[in-house]
Design a protein. Structure first.
Length: 251
């Protein structure tokens, strides 16, 4: 335990005369020295705009940036680095999908399904878009133990269902949803799936080829990374449809 604590400089802090104990990882994680050092190294040796110049620092920055994309691809087992889009976090990732793929594909009379466990970041974007585009939002109920009712979920589907967007792990209750089953049911009726991995990415091995969501989103700051960085995984064939998600330039 003490060896692990030494990896995190902030855990050397004292609060009220006692060594800091950090239990708020669901909100954000503290940063190990290796992450702090890598950020400092960038500003000391690589600082430049990516993809925009031919000089040495631009090449270093671009290589580091694309290297990070490949790291994420391998980490979640995406098929291609082309399926990884950088954002500023999970909230922006969901907004990006809603305002690109959703804006083009969710029309008046359509239906989407979310769950009763969702963070507001996976509710509000769909509410706003539904007011604009006229589709209906349905909600998967939960039992007294905070578990999704799969039989009730199955009853929500109609031939108008276009999307299921749900959390992998609840930020409030810690409920681990049966994600693979939920995704398989949605795909069986032709609906697309967005899986919110903000809380699962740190605790559960995520293999997007096995889980098979159409979109998967998460934030760097919840997995020991810097604040202000996140990612969208999207199946390449979806990303290439009218270049839906690339309408918004990555940071």
């Amino acid at each position: 335990m003490y060896a692990i604590r030494k990896d995190f400089p902030i855990l050397g802090e004292y609060v009220n005369g006692r060594p800091l104990v950090w239990f708020d990882n669901a909100a954000t994680t503290q940063k190990p020295q290796v992450v702090i050092d890598r950020l400092a190294y960038f500003y000391q040796h690589e600082n430049s705009n990516i993809h925009r110049a031919a000089h040495e620092l631009a090449a270093r920055a671009t290589d580091a940036y694309e290297g990070a994309r490949e790291t994420i691809r391998a980490f979640i087992n995406a098929q291609s680095a082309n399926e990884i889009i950088f954002t500023r976090g999970t909230t922006e990732s969901i907004n990006l999908i809603a305002n690109s793929w959703g804006a083009e594909n969710l029309k008046e009379g359509d239906e989407i399904i979310i769950s009763n466990l969702e963070h507001h970041a996976n509710i509000v974007p769909w509410q706003l878009l539904s007011k604009k585009n006229g589709f209906k939002i349905k909600v998967i109920p939960v039992n007294d133990d905070g578990e999704l009712l799969i039989d009730e979920y199955k009853k929500l589907f109609t031939d108008k269902t276009k999307l299921v967007s749900f959390t992998h792990v609840s930020n409030a209750l810690g409920t681990v949803t049966p994600a693979k089953q939920i995704i398989e049911i949605a795909h069986s009726v032709g609906a697309k799936v967005l899986l919110d991995g903000a809380q699962s990415i740190l605790h559960i091995k995520v293999d997007v080829q096995d889980l098979n969501p159409d979109f998967f989103v998460f934030s760097g700051h919840k997995i020991f990374g810097p604040t202000g960085i996140g990612a969208v995984y999207g199946k390449e064939e979806l990303l290439n449809q009218k270049r839906n998600l690339t309408k918004v330039v990555e940071i």
